[in-house]
Design a protein around this ligand. Structure first.
Ligand code: SF4
Length: 356
């Protein structure tokens, strides 16, 4: 049974009953996080929702928001600078301007799939004759791990290791997306690191949201709290994942990132440049920054114009609205990043069906 929610009239209903019996105003909820999108599908939660509760995708899949130019930069590092690229498997099939890393590997680029930045650093330590560049993507949840790998390289004296960074932070994306939905379903893992102050601040400026965990019970409860509060009409923030997320977050992880990285402007696929929403290594760690170390020129990248990933990531269209969905673009033959990643919306709609 899902948890009970107290209603305005004093009645209590289970979270599931609140959702299935919702009779309030139409509400549009943005699943900021790709993992939420997949879990909501996988747990069958969409089937509970009446038409007046609309879920739309958001920009919270790290692979999906990584711009085409980043893939081009990685390929240039491999082919023009002789680097060994170490990357999470998801990035292998993301199309660049003219090819993916997988295709570049077939042409002789040295590309290795790793499971963590620590694996990449260990590989560099074991292969001192190679220039190893790790593709560091992700949000507040994964950035500390990249910092730890650099710190390990410093301690181990591993000079052939570097990061090609596309790390991003969520607050700028919340601001950029704040008019796209009535409320956010905030990602629990991001706020386990950052704490909840940014959500509280957004609520004080009229942007509502609920913070959710990842089990069916937690997701149903958060959605039920969200629509119940929304029907009242005032801006709100509720932490529905208090067993993991506190107001302070994880100060040690934040301190580590702050010591080693600094904010920079970052390009998000579909959204464009969000000032201060990226993270790069500080000057004192420049030797571990692949762009500075190899004097990599700026590469803008060319999006495939037929792909509507950018609009999907802004909640401006659904994956099925893309004419390529399920035809020219499938998980086996992805045209855009949202069909590649396990956290991508197009991949979720393709895997679980579009009728729910
Ligand atoms: S279906 Fe494919 S081409 Fe269309 S938006 Fe999604 S990823 Fe891009």
């Amino acid at each position: 049974m899902t948890p009970a929610i107290a209603l305005r009239d004093g009645a209590r209903r289970t979270a599931r009953e609140v959702l299935t019996g919702y009779e309030g105003p139409r509400v549009r909820i943005m699943e900021v996080c790709g993992t939420h999108t997949h879990e909501i599908f996988r747990q069958g939660i969409r089937k509970l929702l009446p038409p007046s509760i609309e879920l739309v995708s958001g920009p919270g899949c790290p692979v999906c928001v990584t711009p085409v130019g980043f893939i081009d930069e990685a390929i240039a590092l491999a082919l023009d600078h002789g680097c060994t690229i170490a990357t999470f498997g998801d990035l292998m099939r993301v199309p660049g301007s003219s090819q993916s890393l997988q295709q570049a590997r077939a042409q002789g680029a040295e590309v290795r799939v790793v499971y963590s930045p620590q694996d990449a650093e260990a590989y560099a330590a074991a292969h001192p004759g190679e220039r190893v560049a790790f593709l560091s993507v992700g949000f507040e949840t994964t950035t500390p791990s990249s910092c730890l790998a650099v710190r390990q390289a410093v301690e181990d004296g591993v000079g052939n290791f570097s990061l090609l960074t596309a790390n991003k932070t969520m607050p700028g994306a919340y601001e950029a997306m704040s008019g796209s939905a009535d409320l956010f379903l905030y990602p629990g893992h991001v706020h386990a690191i950052t704490g909840t102050r940014v959500c509280e601040d957004l609520a004080s400026r009229g942007v509502s949201g609920v913070l959710a965990g990842f089990t069916a019970r937690e997701l149903v409860a958060a959605l039920a709290v969200g629509v119940t509060k929304f029907a009242v009409g005032d801006p709100f923030f509720v932490n529905c994942y208090p067993r993991v997320v506190t107001a302070e977050g994880a100060p040690a992880a934040c301190r580590l990132v702050d010591q080693m990285m600094e904010a920079c402007d970052a390009r998000w696929r579909g959204i464009g440049v969000i000032p201060g929403s990226g993270m790069r290594l500080r000057e004192s760690y420049a030797a571990f920054d692949a762009r500075r170390r190899y004097d990599l020129p700026r590469i803008e990248g060319r999006e495939n114009r037929a792909c509507r990933c950018g609009e999907v990531l802004k909640g401006a269209c659904a994956p099925m609205d893309c004419p390529l969905f399920g035809k020219a673009c499938t998980p086996d033959h992805p045209v855009g990043a949202c069909m590649v990643s396990d956290e991508g919306s197009c991949s979720a709609f393709h895997r679980y069906g579009v009728d729910v």
